[in-house]
Design a protein around this ligand. Structure first.
Ligand code: ADP
Length: 252
């Protein structure tokens, strides 16, 4: 047997490895805790529509045959809650499968057209004035996943419509090789604390308001993941009672 003597260099290396190992364990613990929280939050979110469906189905069973208006009310409620569950499960699956990061298909995308499509669709849906400001001489084409980028911009403009009732400004500009898409609303705005939390899954400032507006609390988490998968970032500038501006920044 040969004795191994550990030199100072070896000791440094072992200490470094130990540090890296501990860091890895911390990351795994953190991810496990996140997953557990996601599963428990998701189950909780699904419980509400499920219990509404159950109550209305029971009402249908007891009195649905007696009165037409009870029948109509119950069927409407069941359909609307089932639609909500469908949206929620679709979004949860997307997040769980890491869909926004793993299946990104880059292709040349005309960003001006994409933004105009979002504006057209949402100004009609909400019957709202959405002003579009485009920097002149902008290079229209970017390399992006068209469907996902559409979804990210759609989420921000949809939120601006849901959480404010005035006009909305949307601007597109190019700065230092980055493309900036800003969505400005004049709604309630967000406190500093809420600005830190709104990108977390299921976080909502006002749960009842979000639910009433058809929200799930997952939109901004999806939006952030999409933009980060494009090598970009989202920033927020907001003041309570004045409004918010969300800006997507992606490399051209
Ligand atoms: P939701 O489906 O509830 O809209 P999001 O993840 O898109 O979920 O947003 C999270 C929360 O952030 C919302 O519930 C709302 O409280 C807040 N929020 C998002 N956008 C805005 C906005 N433009 N103005 C004020 N609050 C907003």
């Amino acid at each position: 047997w040969e004795k191994i003597s550990i030199t100072k260099n070896d000791k440094d290396e072992i200490a470094e490895m130990q540090l890296a190992y501990n860091h890895m364990i911390d990351r795994i613990d953190e991810n496990m805790a996140k997953q557990t929280r996601f599963v428990s939050d998701a189950s909780h979110e699904l419980k509400t529509p499920l219990s509404v469906i159950t109550s209305y189905a029971e009402l249908l069973q007891r009195r649905g045959k007696e009165r037409a208006e009870i029948f109509d009310e119950a069927v409407d409620a069941i359909l609307s809650e089932a639609g909500r569950m469908k949206q929620l499960t679709g979004q949860m699956l997307m997040l769980a499968k890491n869909e926004m990061v793993e299946n990104v298909r880059f292709q040349p995308v005309n960003i001006t057209n994409l933004i105009r499509d979002v504006v057209r669709s949402l100004s009609m849906a909400y019957n709202r004035q959405i002003h579009l400001y485009e920097q002149t001489e902008i290079t229209d084409m970017v390399s992006a996943d068209e469907q996902k980028l559409y979804q990210a911009v759609y989420i921000l403009v949809d939120n601006a419509c849901k959480y404010s009732d005035k006009e909305i400004n949307l601007s597109l500009e190019e700065k230092n090789g980055q493309l900036l898409i800003s969505v400005q609303d004049f709604g309630d705005g967000l406190s500093e604390e809420d600005q830190q939390l709104i990108f977390d899954r299921f976080y909502r400032v006002d749960k009842a308001r979000s639910r009433k507006a058809g929200g799930t609390g997952l939109g901004l988490a999806i939006c952030k993941a999409i933009i980060e998968a494009h090598g970009g970032r989202i920033t927020i500038d907001s003041k309570l009672k004045e409004g918010s501006t969300f800006t997507i920044e992606i490399p051209k």
